[in-house]
Design a protein around this ligand. Sequence first.
Ligand code: GUN
Length: 285
Amino acid sequence: MTIILDGKKLRDKLLDGLKLKIDKLDKKPSLAVILVGEDAASKIYVNNKKKMAEKIGINSQIINYPSDIKEDKLLEKIEELNADDSVNAILVQLPLPKHIDKFKIINAISPLKDVDGFTSENSGKLFSGQKPYAYPCTPKGILLLLDEYGINPEGKHVVVIGRSNIVGKPLAVMMLNRNATVTVCHSKTKNLAEITKTADILISAVGEKVIEDSSMMKVDSIMVDVGIFKDENGKTRGDVNFDEISKVTSYISPVPGGVGPMTIASLMINTFELFELQNKRSSGT
Ligand code: GUN
């Protein structure tokens, strides 16, 4: 019998604890989210972030811009938020429209307010084994979820499918930092099934049907599904054929209810940690 990695349950537990801490504060942590354009999925994600922030007592604001916004205007806004002491955390929802240089935008965020951990300073720290001010939310959420179930990646073969800057790459490094043996697969990987079959922990972050057949899995391995999309019938699903794959796994994360809630939990935790860090710095302790 496989065990479900229940991200919703852990999110609620972590955020209940965080809310208790925030309730005791006079000044509340604050998150600013920049959303450019009309992408439906991004709008839903951003609204969910705001709702959760409100629920636990984090102040939040969504700053909306049309998709034809000029890069300079965005840079100006980020500068303003950097200088605003009442804002502790800044998130620019990705993807951005093609005419905007996303790296320029991300790197304009003060590393101390970079709640995604995406700036060159924070990702450089992560990649060199130093502690960034914030860890990318989805990889952090995955590690919190595995930790909750007593799953230690040390010495395990972790196979990550997907090499995005948001999930695959930082996750691979965080797993390496936890002493896993890591393989990263992607769209040009040959014989994917030969590799996935050797995984003790398989993590798929693609957004397509990737793991359909249990012959791709090692028996009793752990499956973490990061993908989320609607199938041809409009049903929300992940990269993994849950009904088939859960027959052979020891642990598996569902979609929805697995990694998604953990990403939001990590965002809230990161916002709180940046708030604490900035307060410590300004009080000189
Ligand atoms: N788009 C999809 N996931 C993320 C994320 O974790 N952070 C940001 N900024 N944009 C995203």
